[in-house]
Design a protein around this ligand. Sequence first.
Ligand SMILES: [Zn+2]
Length: 63
Amino acid sequence: MAGKLVKCPICRKPVTWEGNPHRPFCSERCKLVDLGHWLSEDYRISVPRDILEDEKEVDDGKV
Ligand SMILES: [Zn+2]
């Protein structure tokens, strides 16, 4: 057996389940994308405004 393959819920790429630290995602990036999805939807309500404002400032500083 060559190890179980699962589809990454974000990019639909087949990824190995065993030995994959980011499962069920293919990579840390997709994991963060998924986290971002629910940060922007569910979490926004309970995250203090200050944190969001801080992130904005950092972004603005870069540009
Ligand atoms: Zn992926």
